[in-house]
Design a protein around this ligand. Structure first.
Ligand SMILES: [Zn+2]
Length: 332
């Protein structure tokens, strides 16, 4: 391969996996060290520069640094604690040194999900002590470093933009949450619904399509933490592991369509739940579909693009790796 050192660094910045913005701050830290010709970066220098990178970033334009609207990253918390005077600069930097690098330092040197492409290409790690910087990093020229800095800034901005889509309208989200809270009720035991629901699902999991095992969970398709009720129109059966992996995240529209079809099957029966669904979702298939979609849109307003699997097209049933994973977990 005709990859230059600059290419490798760019590959990490552009194609590294990013659940948060940590790699961007580390990239910036490494480029600074390269510019200064350092052969080693002590843990303290690493922590200080990394802390400064986030401090500057969040002061200039405070945007979310990861995708879950309910959480802050470690670094956002540390910067906030520092701003509030809970931590002095030194205490904040110590906290960075102790807690911020477990994932990002070992994982930085990867492209995509392949950990072997660049391995220890730019530095070796002496955990808690120092990074030993290699010629591959130190031989970058001034113009290359400038270009890479720009790439890092652009990519960092793109990530923040993607993460902030989740958090567009706090006020609307709060209002929707309040409506569901007012109309909601305490969680009830749901296991008595299993025999009934399994009649409409065959013996397979609603999400992954693999056969059920003994550990059957009743799952709320639209997350209960927002919808705040246990109406049967929102309940399906899933593997315990699928329930756990989906957690309180949003599913794609395709699962909403599947749920609508399932509910219409119930409407075609004479089960007592039929009247209940009719009274909560509407008297015609069209009304029921549009009401269920309305609830789905409400949940999206609250949770943003916080999708299971990262996107609205994600379908574990058509993800061979996911199905293998579930089968393995079920056969443990
Ligand atoms: Zn499953």
């Amino acid at each position: 391969m005709n990859f230059t050192n600059e290419d490798y660094f760019k590959g990490i910045v552009l194609f590294g996996l990013n659940a948060a913005t940590y790699k961007m701050a580390l990239a910036q830290t490494l480029l600074k060290a390269s510019r200064e010709g350092k052969t080693e970066l002590s843990w303290e220098e690493l922590s200080t520069t990394y802390f400064d990178a986030y401090k500057a970033r969040l002061a200039a334009n405070s945007m979310p640094q990861q995708g879950n609207p309910n959480r802050l990253t470690k670094m956002e918390r540390i910067i906030k604690e520092h701003e509030l005077g809970v931590l002095t600069s030194n205490q904040a930097i110590d906290k960075v040194a102790d807690t911020a690098f477990d994932d990002v330092v070992p994982r930085f040197q990867t492209i995509g999900s392949d950990k072997n492409i660049v391995a220890s290409y730019f530095y070796d790690i002496e955990k808690g002590k120092k990074l030993v910087l290699k010629d591959s990093l130190l031989s970058l020229t001034e113009p290359q470093i400038n270009t890479l800095q720009q790439e890092v800034h652009a990519r960092w901005g793109l990530l923040e933009g993607a993460f902030s889509i989740n958090q567009t309208n706090f006020e609307l989200a709060n209002n929707i949450r309040e409506i569901y809270l007012k109309n909601g009720h305490e969680r009830k035991a749901l296991t008595h619904n299993i025999p009934f629901l399994s009649g409409y699902q065959g013996n397979v999991c609603f999400y992954c399509g693999e056969p059920m095992d003994d550990n059957i969970h009743v799952d709320h398709v639209l997350p209960r933490q927002v919808i705040n009720h246990d109406e049967i129109w929102n309940l399906v059966l899933s593997h315990g592991d699928c329930n756990l992996l989906k957690s309180d995240r949003l599913v794609g529209q395709h699962f909403v369509e599947k749920l609508i079809a399932r509910n219409e099957n119930i409407m075609g029966s004479n089960h007592p739940w039929k009247a209940k669904i009719q009274s909560t979702l509407g008297s015609t298939p069209k009304k029921r579909a549009s009401n269920l979609n309305m609830h789905y849109d409400n949940i999206k307003s609250v949770l943003g693009r916080y999708y299971w699997g990262g996107s609205d097209s994600y379908n574990p049933a058509s993800d061979p790796f996911y199905r293998r994973l579930i089968t393995a977990l079920n056969n443990k």
